[in-house]
Design a binder for this molecule. Structure first.
Ligand SMILES: *Cc1c(COP(=O)(O)O)cnc(C)c1O
Length: 497
């Protein structure tokens, strides 16, 4: 008779129940040890995963286990399969896209959030979830110098938040779109949305989802520093008005994704007021910098915005996902999104807000916990000190690039993201430069010591180096710069032979 091997831990589980408190404690300590070790050693791992497509799947069973398995066993699988197939965003050499940190206070916040496992759709389904969210978003307003009377809520991502903002802008027009839709209506002019050619793709995607149509998204030209040109914005609005179209919303960016440039929000706000347009400001990355008094000015004019977003999960050490959304018109946002079925009706009255009425999803994770822990553990002063250090490192790097005969910067560096390329003396052909820089980027990323990404600026292939991880120190930045210099040398030598 075959003896069925039963995991001793699973054996202890009573019936179909979960682990006992004692089992969880033992296993939980193992996992805390594992996480601590991971964070301690992550900098030695290749930052960009080197696995081939399909490798992870080939390592995993194709069907689920019928019988219980031990989760201490799963630790082996993490080390053997999952970790090597990860691109390590919590790595000190992660300089791609925007460099972020899931800090340890934030990790603990996620642990507690999973333990509570609340769904904060209504105030009464977790008063703590709703009210802690209100409190920490009020703290964030104070940290960034935003108007205290704005209504705030947390979304998963900036993309969803911007979609909600554009939906509110559309609702503010009173065109009965909520009731009658947009299709097949002869009484509806084309609705036009304005944003710069350097704004994030999520703005255009929001317009697509909401039926505005890509053809009605005006990509306004930028100046030499990649900032939206206010004069070009006004011309585009006038042109649409003259053609009988209906301008309704302008999305300005504080810290564009390619270069981190800051649109001239005060001038844009003037135009929005003149033509009665909703002003949405996307400060997903750079908004955090306003926590520094010397950087407050980047939000000049944002107090006149109708809606505003910033992502503490980008540059405020909060684990993904945590995007802060503010609006001065909660009632319009509510009108756009509220739809309460009988089974969710409450009689709490005006005193409380049911956050499900201010966005697409009904369910709401207890995200405020992790941000609360981050702000408490670092303090505002601690957050300021770390942002200042990232900006200082980026300035040093920009200095090295400017001083090097074979490299050039391709955009100003207002924050901690540097845009540059190799441009060796005598190589001026644009397609050669593109091939060279692509090769350079590939070579650096293949070392596993750093991960940089790219963009295109004025048609030029541009390397982007974003500094924002708490484990990134000066030594790592110096080492990566050396790898870049050496890699360029190697490419040159390879060419000669
Ligand atoms: C990263 C970024 C976004 C998108 O952020 P998600 O939270 O991932 O949706 C939007 N806007 C800007 C300016 C960004 O930098």
């Amino acid at each position: 008779m075959a003896i069925k091997k039963i995991d001793p831990m699973a054996q202890l589980m009573p019936g179909t129940g979960d682990m006992s408190a004692e089992q969880f404690r033992a296993l939980g300590y193992q996992y805390v040890d594992w996480v601590s070790h991971y964070l301690e050693t992550v900098g030695e791992k290749p930052v960009l995963s080197q696995v081939k497509p399909g490798w992870v799947k080939s390592q995993l069973p194709s069907s689920p286990p019928q019988d219980p398995e031990s989760l201490s066993q799963a630790i082996d699988d993490l080390d053997r399969i999952i970790t090597p197939a990860n691109t390590h965003w919590n790595h000190p050499g992660f300089f791609a896209y925007f460099s972020i940190t899931g800090s340890t206070p934030g990790i603990l916040g996620e642990l507690v959030s999973a333990a509570y496992n609340v769904n904060g759709m209504l105030w009464k389904t977790s008063p703590a979830c709703t009210e802690l969210e209100e409190v920490v978003l009020d703290w964030l307003k104070q940290m960034l110098g935003l108007p205290r009377d704005w209504f705030g809520l947390v979304n998963d991502t900036a993309s969803v938040a911007s979609l909600c903002a554009i939906a509110a802008a559309r609702e503010s027009l009173d065109l009965k779109i909520r009731e009658e839709g947009m299709a097949g209506r002869t009484d509806l002019p084309a609705l036009c949305l304005y944003t710069s050619e350097h704004s994030h793709s999520s703005i255009e995607k929001g317009a697509i989802v909401l039926g505005i149509g890509q053809k009605n998204v005006r990509k306004i030209a930028v100046d030499a520093e990649f900032k939206m040109r206010a004069d070009a914005l006004e011309s585009a609005i006038l042109e649409d008005l003259a053609a009988g179209r209906r301008p309704f919303c302008v999305c300005a960016t504080v810290g564009t994704t390619s270069t981190t440039s800051v649109d001239p929000v005060p001038a844009i706000a003037d135009i929005c007021e003149r033509y009665h347009l909703w002003l949405h400001v996307d400060a997903a990355y750079a908004g955090s910098a306003a926590v520094l008094p010397e950087f407050r000015y980047i939000l000049d004019g944002c107090d006149r915005a109708d809606s505003f977003i910033t992502n503490p999960h980008k540059w405020m050490f909060t684990p993904v996902d945590f995007s802060a959304f503010y609006t001065r018109h909660p009632e319009i946002l509510r009108r756009a999104f509220t739809l309460v079925p009988e089974y969710l009706r409450t009689d709490q009255g005006e005193e409380v807000r049911d956050l499900m009425n201010y966005g697409v999803s009904m369910g709401r994770r207890f995200r405020a916990l992790k941000f609360w822990f981050v702000v408490r553990a670092f303090g505002v002063a601690g957050i300021q000190a770390r942002l200042r250090e990232h900006i200082r490192l980026a300035k040093r790097l920009a200095g090295w690039i400017d001083a090097h005969p074979d490299f050039e910067r391709l955009a100003p560096t207002p924050f901690s993201t540097v845009c540059f390329r190799a441009h060796p003396k005598g190589v001026d052909d644009e397609s050669k430069l593109e091939a060279l820089n692509e090769q350079l980027l590939e070579r650096v990323n293949a070392t596993g010591r750093a991960f940089l990404s790219h963009t295109k600026l004025g048609g030029r292939f541009t390397i982007r180096w974003a500094i924002g991880n708490l484990r990134t120190d000066e030594a790592r930045v110096e080492e990566t710069w050396k790898i870049l210099e050496d890699s360029l040398q190697e490419i040159h030598q390879g060419r000669k032979v």
